[in-house]
Design a protein around this ligand. Structure first.
Ligand code: ZN
Length: 235
């Protein structure tokens, strides 16, 4: 894991203005990278009893903190607020599925989307797959974007995983911070690219479930250590 990305993480203690700025910088980093060229992605973070999410139809380069939209847990908006991303329903569904998630990144990144369009989840072909929390990165069924049906599919896919592929659509990654969610989205895209290469060579050799369970534990410990180091650094 690189740990080199520049978007600054914040926790719930930080102010709303800082979180809004972080949502923008995460969206910018995503759209400038290979993850999601242009506007084909969206970013949110938990805030209060809801979330702050990128708006619909605005270029990320022009975003101001006031353009980031607060959506309450029941889907209601503040009066006069800009229109949230049309995919806000599955962002809320992700927070409802994962109590540990504080941020969500959704992209149509090339390789993850290619696998999702071929109907292929990512199996345990590499130990890094365990970063998503288990022995695969699952694929959830297709439904029209923006629908409650798609939100239900995403919610089920994220029940036991921090990321999943979305059939005929893209990928979604969650994390304990905006940095962590973006980092996981990069990892999912890298794994997807590697898996496609492996498939071109023949049948992948999969790691056994007990080895993947061990990797999940190792990554959990690694994450806890990294968090402790970060807390120490800030204190
Ligand atoms: Zn999408």
């Amino acid at each position: 894991m690189s740990g080199s990305r520049s978007v600054k993480g914040h926790d719930s203690q930080d102010g709303e203005a800082a979180l809004r700025a972080d949502v923008i910088s995460t969206a910018l980093e995503m759209s400038r990278s290979e993850l999601s060229r242009g506007r084909s992605g969206n970013v949110s973070c938990r805030f209060g009893a809801g979330m702050l999410i990128t708006p619909s139809g605005l270029a990320y380069e022009t975003l101001q903190p006031a353009d980031i939209v607060f959506v309450a847990a029941d889907g209601t908006l503040e009066e006069g607020a800009p229109k949230p991303s049309s995919e806000w329903r599955f962002h809320l569904a992700a927070y409802s599925a994962r109590a540990d998630a504080r941020a969500v990144v959704h992209t149509h990144s090339l390789n993850a989307t290619a696998l999702a369009c071929a109907g292929k989840p990512i199996p345990a072909f590499h130990y890094m797959v365990a970063l998503a929390g288990g022995n695969d990165i699952p694929l959830v069924r297709y439904a029209t974007f923006g629908t409650p049906e798609l939100a239900d599919f995403v919610k089920a896919g994220l029940k036991d995983r921090a990321a999943c592929l979305m059939a005929n659509h893209g990928q979604i990654a969650t994390g304990a911070s905006l940095d962590a969610a973006l980092e996981l989205a990069f990892e999912v895209e890298t794994l997807a690219a590697q898996y496609i290469k492996v498939l071109s060579l023949g049948e992948p050799i999969l790691l056994p479930d007990d080895e993947m369970a061990l990797m999940v534990e190792k990554f959990r410990a690694y994450g806890a250590n990294a968090q402790a180091a970060e807390a120490k650094r800030r204190s």
